[in-house]
Design a protein around this ligand. Structure first.
Ligand code: GUN
Length: 297
């Protein structure tokens, strides 16, 4: 292939790392201003158990909280922590006026009911946007705390396509509570025409071929190949899958990146696409939560 075509393909790669850094710098600037007015935004992260991936995520969250100048609290518990003990910790953090954001890292050990725990977090401190009050508020189009990963995807889409996404056909692949469902609500809020496909959908490929925007969040490595994609579509890949390829461990998305790249207008890579945006929007949500709580005083 000639060099200029390869160069053009490079220009299509959405740099999530750079955009995330921009978001972090925006947050840092606002945090500095708030601190000058005597307000120190604070995020509390709760981790139960020894899941290695969760430990890495939590370490990253603490690091970024400190980078933007916010106070960071971290609570680690053994796997055998009871649900009552966890709920008591959440009650304590809810009651603490110096804590503005609470994040309970998922997944939780099997003996703990995730929904009960997420529902216990004060909706104004719910920086994950998982409480039913925030889920409902989002579906009504209200200005509530919204889940970090899909909110980060909207930012990447606007940076790529401009602020007006109205009338574009977006196909969301996957219907999880963390990504797929809130993604649908956020795209609707932007006046997109939205279709959601999932494991029981009969003609996923044909539906995807209609899309101006594809958001892939199914957890199936390289499922979306070039034959799913309309020419000049924008593809956002939320998948993070560890696979063994040629004897080596590799991190790949739900999209077959190399296959799809020549055909698309723009695409997020894995890693370095959506991933860094999730933490950046957690910081933005914590700032938003601090503002919500001070507006009340
Ligand atoms: N585990 C994987 N993704 C997430 C997330 O977005 N929030 C929380 N709390 N836990 C997670």
């Amino acid at each position: 292939m000639n060099l200029s075509l390869l160069q053009q393909d490079d220009d299509k790669i959405i740099d999530g790392k750079a955009t995330a850094q921009q978001v972090l710098d925006e947050v840092k600037y606002e945090v500095t201003e708030m601190k000058q007015r005597g307000i120190a935004p604070c995020l509390a992260v709760v981790l139960v158990g020894e899941d290695p991936a969760s430990q890495v995520y939590v370490r990253n969250k603490v690091e970024k909280t400190e980078f933007v100048g916010m106070r960071s609290l971290e609570f680690r518990f053994e796997t055998d922590l009871s649900q009552e003990q966890l709920l008591a910790k959440i009650d304590e953090l809810n009651a603490d006026a110096s804590v503005h954001g609470i994040l309970v890292q998922l997944p939780l050990p099997k003996h703990i009911d995730e929904t009960d725990v997420l529902q216990r977090i004060d909706p104004k401190k719910d920086v994950d946007g998982f409480h039913s009050e925030n889920v409902g508020g989002l579906s009504q189009g209200r200005d509530v705390l919204t889940p970090c990963t899909p909110t980060g995807c909207i930012r990447l889409l606007k940076d790529t396509l401009g602020n007006d996404l109205a009338g574009l056909h977006a196909v969301v692949v996957g219907r999880s509570n963390i990504v797929g469902k809130p993604m649908v609500a956020l795209l609707l809020k932007e006046n997109c025409t939205v279709t959601v496909v999932h494991s029981k959908t009969k003609n996923i490929q044909q539906v995807c071929q209609q899309a101006d925007i594809i958001v892939a969040a199914v957890g199936r490595p390289k499922m979306i190949t070039a034959s799913y994609v309309k020419a000049d579509a924008v593809v956002i890949d939320v998948g993070i899958n560890r696979i063994l390829e040629n004897g080596k461990n590799r991190l790949v998305g739900d999209v077959d990146f190399d296959d799809v790249l020549p055909k698309v207008r723009a695409i997020t890579p894995v890693p370095g696409g959506v991933g860094p945006m999730t933490i950046a929007y957690l910081m933005k949500n914590t700032l938003h939560a601090a503002k919500l709580q001070y507006a009340e005083l």
